[in-house]
Ligand binder design. Structure first.
Ligand SMILES: NC(=O)c1ccc[n+]([C@@H]2O[C@H](COP(=O)([O-])OP(=O)(O)OC[C@H]3O[C@@H](n4cnc5c(N)ncnc54)[C@H](OP(=O)(O)O)[C@@H]3O)[C@@H](O)[C@H]2O)c1
Length: 314
């Protein structure tokens, strides 16, 4: 039974994004699989059409690391749709173990281009369509990796995002990934405030370890590949997280929630206390109910936000 909702999910050709696409399609939503590789997307499009008995998802190409590609995607979206109900910025770049600093087509560090600036630009450009929905929800895929910001010296490397590592520091792709997921959460906080006047809800989810697809594991460097393969034996399947995406973006109880960071169990997390006792520090670090208070620093949130605007020109 069609719901009349239109749902865009980036990176829906694989893992959690694919699982979420299937869940939304099963519920009768019109899903748009937004992925960079149309061959991969076409395969998933056919699988979902067959698994849902005919609720065919649409397929559109977008490279989330390229501003030109995102602009083209949004312009094409506007040729087919007049409103958007759910946008899930799920696509993520992670190249754990990669030693080289990589730049996007726009000469921005590739992890930040894909995980922060891309979602910022996409959401901004799709805002007019989201504003047409009675219940529009945006969800950004962050990570428990941001827990590293409980370490007091950890900071986002603002000076290292547009060409070189600052002060000749060594590039660490794992660290850059965590930095980008923290920046994404901080961008979410401000985006929620900005989009409130159009009644668009914007949240993030702090995803813990879920099974990675064979293809994603294969792309990792040897040490990380071994770690991910081992971890895959013990951790839950992406379907569980896909269902949580659906719950956050569909349940009535979350209809007014905005500017929040969910954990994988759908609990709205809270910032850890700054001067916590050692016992509380340990609790904050290991409990999935807390995020580092670094994210709530208003000056830093403004810095992330302004950088997004400056770099994307939106
Ligand atoms: N699985 C976990 O344990 C875990 C934990 C914390 C956070 N997360 C986050 O959850 C999200 C989904 O991850 P997953 O586990 O489902 O991984 P996955 O199976 O590897 O999916 C990642 C998706 O992102 C797409 N992507 C990457 N760069 C892109 C780009 N420039 N443009 C468009 N699409 C791009 C990939 O496309 P290709 O197939 O073309 O590469 C793929 O579809 C990511 O944001 C990830 O950071 C996952």
């Amino acid at each position: 039974m069609p719901t009349g909702r239109t749902v865009v999910i980036t990176g829906a050709n694989s893992g959690i994004g694919r699982a979420a696409a299937l869940k939304f399609a099963e519920a009768g939503d019109q899903v748009v699989i937004a992925c960079r590789n149309l061959d991969k997307g076409r395969k998933v499009q056919q699988e979902i059409a067959s698994e849902t008995g005919g609720n065919d998802p649409a397929l559109m190409q977008v490279d989330m690391s390229s501003f030109e590609s995102i602009r083209r995607f949004c312009s094409e979206f506007g040729q087919h749709y007049s409103k958007l109900d759910v946008l899930i910025n799920n696509a993520g770049h992670f190249s754990h173990g990669a030693g080289e600093y990589q730049l996007s087509a726009d000469k921005v560090e590739l992890t930040f281009a894909t995980n922060v600036f891309g979602p910022y630009l996409l959401t901004k450009l799709l805002r007019p369509f989201l504003a047409q929905s009675d219940d529009s929800r945006v969800l950004n895929a962050s990570s428990t990796n941001i827990k590293h910001f409980f370490e007091p010296t950890r900071v986002i490397p603002f000076d290292s995002l547009t060409g070189v590592m600052r002060n000749g520091e060594r590039y660490d792709s794992y660290r850059m990934y965590g930095d980008s997921k923290m920046a994404l959460w901080m961008m979410t906080i401000r985006m929620a405030q900005e989009l409130m006047e159009d009644h668009i809800k914007v949240n993030a989810v702090m995803i813990s370890a879920f099974k990675m697809s064979k293809e994603s594991v294969r792309k990792l460097r040897p040490y990380w590949r071994m770690l991910a393969s081992l971890q895959n034996l013990f951790i839950p399947s992406p379907e569980i997280m896909g269902h949580q995406y659906f719950a956050i973006c569909s349940r009535e109880e979350f209809g007014a929630t905005t500017g929040q960071l969910f954990n994988k169990d759908l609990v709205v997390t809270i910032p850890g206390a700054k001067n916590a006792s050692p016992a509380l520090q340990v609790k904050q670090l290991f409990s999935s109910n807390y995020y580092p208070s670094y994210a709530d620093d208003e000056e830093l949130v403004a810095k992330v936000w302004n950088l997004c605007g400056k770099i994307t020109g939106a």
